[in-house]
Design a protein around this ligand. Structure first.
Ligand code: HEM
Length: 80
């Protein structure tokens, strides 16, 4: 459906650092990865390393070739 994308701060992102409420920043975009958690091929533990944080560096180090836009399109919350 139609979603309102928002401008967000790291302070706001940091509040969502739990498995059942998990946001993270990848390349300036804020994603709610809660529902992706169980589908991440690298596992929940790996994904949780960037919970409530900017995961861009970890993401680039582990799989810079992965198309995050395509996978998490439905999970986009807004922009940093
Ligand atoms: C594996 C997606 C974030 C760690 C993968 C794979 C995908 C994926 C598609 C499989 C890659 C392949 O084998 O070709 C994503 C998406 C992310 C994300 C969409 C955005 C939220 C992260 C973060 C970490 C991480 C923040 C933290 C370190 C890993 C690791 C693997 C992996 C270690 C490799 C597992 C293995 O060796 O088979 N991820 N990932 N990922 N991911 Fe992520």
């Amino acid at each position: 459906g139609v979603q309102q994308l928002r401008r967000l701060t790291m302070e706001e992102v940091a509040k969502h650092n739990k498995r059942d409420d998990c946001w993270m920043v990848i390349y300036g975009k804020v994603y709610n990865v809660t529902r992706y958690m169980n589908f991440h091929p690298g596992g929940r533990g790996q994904l949780m390393r960037a919970a409530g944080k900017d995961g861009s560096k970890l993401f680039a180090e582990t799989h810079s070739w992965v198309n995050v836009d395509m996978i998490l399109d439905q999970c986009l919350v807004g922009f940093l």
